[in-house]
Ligand binder design. Structure first.
Ligand code: SAM
Ligand code: SF4
Length: 342
């Protein structure tokens, strides 16, 4: 029990930004490290953060719990690869107390799946009901190249273990013009055939990587038009407050989401903020805005100080972002997705 468990009475006022949007969803990156090096996400030789800069598991719990006390209903644990962080299961189990108290509605995870086979059972026991697994291709060679060394069989085994443990699995794939565009229908059929929803993601200009991302950028409008040439897609009203739009695919019987962060059409309903593993709060994925919550707690700040810092940051949440994929423009936002948390 942290002091925040006692102040959860503040919940009803909730966290509202300067534009009247309620913030009910926090993504928490627990590490910047990863056992893969996806070409669109990381440079081959990444310099990772010194340990002292990364929040301890207790600090992560303290900050996440403050958000829950302020009315956040959904926590997503991400990274980097969350399952490579030592002790992460302890943190997830601890955060599970907010599910049991009813303060939190959902505790989820985004993972590359390489360690899911090992952790699926424990995740289910901790109260996790759904996980997102990133998988851009089923072809072993291509997977190895895209992830710079990964083994797709481990990910598939992880997905199977998660389902066997009773977790609902959603597959996320980044649409890459040259590498997996032609395989996407097969990947969707594969996911839907296993009872998994699937979402496609456009590449985002976050952080320097070696490849020129504009070369691999594939508009999901193009993908959707292609899929509609042989499948029947019908729009679903489902709104997550995020950049995903969902359709039902009649032929596969599954749901397909399109995440198009480069379009502005979701900012008005945006309900989410992101905490990096160094305790920086970003209230918009596409802006450089940042608030240092680690500084507040490491300076000995009280629970009230932390709550004030969170409220101040959320109040300043930008109205929208300004991503553009343009040649020679460089990354729109300097931080990598692995730092912010996807
Ligand atoms: N390691 C975990 C994983 O891969 O699922 C969690 C973190 S990862 C940064 C979260 C998601 O961000 C993944 O689905 C990944 O494909 C996506 N991602 C990473 N870099 C991206 C980029 N530049 N543009 C679009 N999506 C990206
Ligand atoms: Fe690692 Fe996920 Fe980034 Fe791939 S997308 S390098 S798995 S953090």
């Amino acid at each position: 029990m942290t002091p925040y468990d006692a102040i959860s009475g503040q919940g009803p006022t909730g966290l509202t930004d300067g534009f009247g949007r309620t913030v009910s969803y926090l993504r928490v990156s627990v590490t910047d490290r990863c056992d893969l090096r996806c070409v669109y996400c990381m440079a081959e030789h990444m310099t990772f953060l010194p340990k002292a800069e990364v929040l301890t598991l207790e600090e992560l719990d303290r900050i996440a719990s403050a958000f829950v006390a302020l009315g956040v209903k959904k926590l997503r644990i991400t990274g980097g690869e969350p399952l490579v962080r030592k002790g992460v299961m302890g943190l997830i189990r601890e955060l599970g107390r907010h599910l049991r108290s009813g303060a939190l509605e959902e505790l989820t995870l985004t993972t590359n799946g390489t360690r899911l086979a090992q952790f699926a059972g424990e995740l289910a026991e901790a109260g996790v009901r759904r996980v997102n697994v990133s998988l851009d291709t089923l072809k072993p060679e291509l997977f190895r190249r895209l992830t710079r060394g990964g083994d797709v069989a481990k990910v598939v085994a992880g997905i199977e273990a998660a389902q066997a443990a009773g977790l609902k699995v959603k597959i996320n794939a980044v649409a890459l013009k040259d590498d997996n565009a032609a395989e996407l229908p097969e990947l969707i059929r594969w996911a839907h055939g296993r009872g998994c929803d699937m979402t496609l993601i456009e590449t985002m200009p976050l952080g320097e990587v070696e490849t020129d991302r504009t070369d691999q950028y594939l508009s999901l409008e193009t993908v959707r038009a292609e899929l509609e040439s042989f499948w029947t897609l019908s729009d679903l009203p489902l709104s997550t407050g995020g950049p995903a739009r969902y359709v039902a695919v009649a032929e596969t019987g599954g749901r397909l989401g399109f995440i198009t962060p480069l379009s502005h059409n979701f900012c008005e309903a945006c309900n989410r903020v992101r905490l990096t593993c160094t305790g920086t709060l970003h209230t918009c994925l596409g802006q450089e805005d940042a608030s240092d919550l680690r500084a507040v707690i490491r300076a000995g700040g009280s629970d009230d100080d932390l709550v004030d810092a969170i409220r101040l940051a959320v109040d300043g949440k930008p109205k929208g972002h300004d991503f553009r994929i343009e040649r020679s423009a460089g990354p729109a936002v300097a931080r990598h997705m692995s730092t912010t948390g996807g």
